[in-house]
Design a protein around this ligand. Sequence first.
Ligand code: FUL
Length: 489
Amino acid sequence: MLLSLTIAGVLGASTGTPGVQPPSPFGSLPSPRQIAHAHLETYAFLHFSPNTFTDREWGNGDEDPNVFNPTRFDPDQIVAALKAAGMEGAILTCKHHDGFCLWPTKTTEHSIASSSWRGGHGDVVKEISDACKRHGLKFGVYLSPWDRNNAHYGKPEYVSIYREQLRELLTQYGSIFEVWHDGANGGSGYYGGARETRSIDRKTYYGWPQTWELVRKLQPGACIFSDIGPDLRWVGNESGYAADTSWSTYDPVGEQNDAPAPGYVKSELGETGTRGGRHWLPAECDVSIRPGWFWHSSEDSKVKSVDQLTELYFKSVGRGASFLLNVPPNREGRISDPDVETLKEFGHRIRATFEHNLVSGASLSASNTRGNDSRFRVENLISNDSKNYWATDDSVMTPTIEIQFRQVKTFDVIRLREAIQLGQRVEAFAVDVWKDGEWKEAAAATSVGSCRLIRLDEPVTTDRVRLRITRSPVCPALNGFGLFLLAKK
Ligand code: FUL
């Protein structure tokens, strides 16, 4: 009792030392919905449409609704496979470019209601969203703006139809965590029988600000994804990685250095984002577990390995972005065995790697703690509450932390997290290990954000580790430091 009073006296009571203020936020800041989204880290894409049955990637829009016929459709098998991989949500292609709606929409006849599957009474959106609820995953919707079936595509009428489709999806299927707007737009198609090429002005045609207002009204908690946000940005490639330096802030630029729009952006800039950008707009890294987005039997032997998925995890989640992994259901309406197997092993590997943080149980000391106030103590780096963070005095921008283990430990993975509610602050850091009587640098990196992972080439064994913040324009505020040993497969 006396001891704890004394420590509280030195470091300040949990309500804070009088006069010590939290650090001022720096730069653009995430909204609460973006902060919640950052915790998800990994979630799935489900590409499923007539393409699954016609062996195509982009349907023309003239497909017979009867081709959509998943013979053993099993939403629980699908969602369970995702859950085994540690995924926190699933985004379904409710309508891909071919315009076929996987729910019985009132906006077009080109939907599941016109298919003989389940006598025209099927609703894949409902079944997948219900399965997500049963398994504790969040549910999101992909609704392609480009519609190669719709006769009105290219005219103002279609934009109203698109918004109405969104309204149906956002009001009939419970809580939606993400709304995904594809940037692929315009071109040849069926268009109600016209069979022509239609191009639209990608900057103005869709009236995105109004559409996003509708999303905000109907699902205020949903993050909106597009090439330019407003909540999540496309990383600029479909290979599943962000750049090694990837900022959570981003000011997208149009193709002609003018105002950007979905489908009209210098997408390569998405890989790095913009240091000091006006918008908090973290990257989402999309990639398919197979070469194509849709299922093709010829790709059953081309499913990514656990090592490949692990590498992508490190290059997406580990670079402050989210990992959107596409897992396409097959013609039966299930996830194929090779995909199920890899997902299970991947989930096991990630869980086994991160379940035990070697830093917990070690003693930590910081070169500086903000106002010597226990609210900002270094132990916050290993508390599981992301609201608690370690911070330094305003004048201390390059502090160090030392970790002393009771016995030597072996690790090859380093994890650092910033308290992003205060913005992205740190610009560079290094990690040293004590070896042969001196500090040796084991790793150095730049941007942190919600999560930075470093994988060392070789495991290191030591009883002392040092974290050095080497560049930061303001005092750092970190809420996680971890050392782990990558689990074998
Ligand atoms: C692209 C689309 O054209 C692909 O078919 C796929 O849906 C991918 C996620 O986005 O832009």
